[in-house]
Write a protein that binds this ligand. Structure first.
Ligand code: NAP
Length: 234
């Protein structure tokens, strides 16, 4: 059984990952900001399977506190899945500076903070797997998503570098770049999905891919995977 740290564990892809891995008997360190949703995750999975941490990944101190507690109580996680993310579909000129900061802080800096806290333990142990959930917005520009694209291109550059640095240390880093997924990220009123919602991917498809990766032997690195609904091209 593995220990798996999942950021953004309470909704969408992160929740689907947590439910699946908990059901398979793994232990999940679940990070997200909303306590009530962390509690409902525990109710669904059991206290022995989900260890909750109320954390905003863009806040260094909160990330350090949670990862230090995980390290102290349970040891370094076997797997880190950097999944927490936010998006706003607004043209760049109309996007406020606060929202730009927020998108970069959560998606990019949050990924760097959590990874920076977990990597030393993985290096010391000589094993580990890091999976970053980026986006097709990290492979090409998408109008309406300038700050989001900037954050996801940043994640891809980070993942590529980290994969090279950590390969000789026994730690495998994979970047996944999905197209549209049917999750609460898209709100039909406030933040409608810009593509065809009837052709969108399901969270389970990302979960299946991650389950495959986590169970792979260490002889092969899946460095970057781009996946999208067949009515899109990226
Ligand atoms: N949905 C798509 O079409 C799509 C496509 C490509 C890539 N992605 C990427 O996939 C990942 C998951 O997206 P999703 O669609 O599952 O999103 P979602 O349904 O909106 O869920 C986002 C999760 O992240 C958490 N979160 C948000 N801000 C956070 C913060 N500052 N600190 C800690 N946790 C935070 C949320 O919980 P709290 O709000 O309680 O913190 C929630 O658990 C994201 O990185 C997203 O960019 C999504």
């Amino acid at each position: 059984m593995k220990s798996i740290l999942v950021t953004g564990a309470t909704r969408g892809v992160g929740e689907a990952l947590t439910l699946k891995f908990a059901q398979k008997g793994h232990v999940i360190y679940a990070l997200a900001r909303t306590r009530s949703q962390l509690n409902s995750l525990i109710e669904k999975c059991g206290v022995d399977k989900v260890i909750p941490f109320e954390v905003d990944v863009s806040k260094k101190e909160q990330v350090e506190e949670a990862t230090t507690a995980i390290e102290r109580e349970y040891g370094t996680p076997d797997v880190l899945i950097n999944n927490a993310g936010i998006v706003e579909n607004v043209s760049f000129a109309d996007q406020g500076l606060e929202m730009i900061d927020r998108i970069v802080d959560v998606n990019l800096k949050g990924t760097l903070y959590v990874t920076h806290c977990v990597v030393p333990g993985m290096i010391a142990r000589g094993s580990g797997r890091i999976i970053n959930i980026s986006s097709v917005a990290g492979t090409r520009g998408i109008p309406g998503q300038a700050a989001y694209c900037a954050s996801k291109f940043g994640m891809n550059g980070f993942g590529d570098t980290l994969a090279q640095e950590l390969l000789p240390k026994g730690v495998l880093v994979t970047t996944i770049c999905p197209g549209g997924i049917d999750t609460p990220l898209w709100d039909s009123d406030k933040n409608p999905y810009p593509g065809d919602k009837t052709r969108i991917m399901q969270p389970q498809e990302i979960v299946d891919l991650i389950e495959f990766l986590v169970n792979q032997p260490k002889g092969t690195l899946h460095k970057k995977i781009v996946m999208f609904p067949t009515n899109e091209w990226h």
